[in-house]
Design a binder for this molecule. Structure first.
Ligand SMILES: [Zn+2]
Length: 273
């Protein structure tokens, strides 16, 4: 028998819940687009906190701590538009291919995620339809806006990493990742080190984009497939876990980006206070 049309039990986002993406400074005049895939720990009400403890959702498994504050500061100072995730990576990881096993994880850093256990194809597709694709379509729209103006935007992917994973301490203060865009990455790394001799900068560590997980991820999709320049940066979470600290690191990052902008012959407008 056919189910009655209208409300289906699989609908995830209620009409009064936030959009799957946020756009900040959409008409910014800077020559780049900031992207924060993991900035939110919000869970749609229908998924009941993913059936995990709130204290687990607050950990790095739920979101990239500090990235929204960093992104907002970059967006303001560089006058760039920014696309932010509306929901937690545990609902659907926007930085994976939709058919990747890690797109909706059943376990993360030793914490079981009951709301993701044994998801049917239909339930997975519903999350992609309501959250994943609207987010990525919005990024495409923002990139298209530059392309229409015959501009080449620099895509800035902002992430953060936990200082300890699987009992291993991660010593880097900041990390720069790349696949094809080695020149830009090295330019940025050189500038970070020159400006801040005490910092330990990870080069494709603790994660690398030269990995099977990269295919289908955000930067693969929106930068490498379109042959656009990009920077993929990871900040260590304990260093950016307050707004004040996040802003300080964002300032350091902006300074180190200057040679990259110069090499791309782009001149981002610095906003007046
Ligand atoms: Zn991330």
């Amino acid at each position: 028998m056919k189910k009655p049309a209208g409300k289906t039990k699989t609908k995830i986002l209620a009409a009064n819940e936030p959009s799957p993406f946020k756009v900040i400074n959409p008409t910014g005049s800077g020559s780049g687009l900031i992207i924060c895939d993991h900035s939110s720990k919000r869970v749609p009400r229908a998924l009941k906190g993913m059936a995990i403890k709130k204290s687990d959702l607050d950990r790095h498994i739920g979101w990239d701590i500090g990235t929204e504050d960093i992104g907002r500061h970059l967006s303001k100072v560089l006058d760039m538009p920014m696309v932010l995730a509306g929901y937690s990576r545990l609902v659907v990881d926007l930085n994976r291919a939709p058919d990747h096993a890690e797109c909706m994880v059943e376990e993360s850093d030793h914490t079981k995620i009951p709301a993701n256990a044994g998801l049917s194809k239909k339930l997975k597709e519903q999350r992609l339809k309501e959250i994943f694709w609207p987010y990525h379509n919005q990024i495409t729209k923002q990139v298209d806006r530059f392309v229409k103006k015959r501009q080449t935007p620099l895509l800035l992917a902002i992430h953060s990493f936990t200082p300890e994973m699987n009992n291993a301490k991660r010593p880097w203060h900041i990390a720069v990742l790349w696949n094809k865009q080695e020149k830009i990455a090295k330019k940025l790394i050189t500038a970070i080190r020159k400006n801040n001799p005490g910092l330990l900068v990870g080069e494709n560590e603790p994660y690398t984009l030269k990995n099977e997980r990269f295919k289908g991820s955000t930067i693969w999709r929106h930068a490498e497939q379109r042959d656009l320049p990009y920077v993929f940066v990871e900040f260590r979470q304990d260093l950016v876990d307050t707004k004040e600290k996040a802003v300080q690191w964002a300032e350091m990052f902006i300074q180190a980006l200057q040679p990259v902008f110069e090499s791309l012959a782009a001149k981002p407008a610095r906003c007046k206070k």
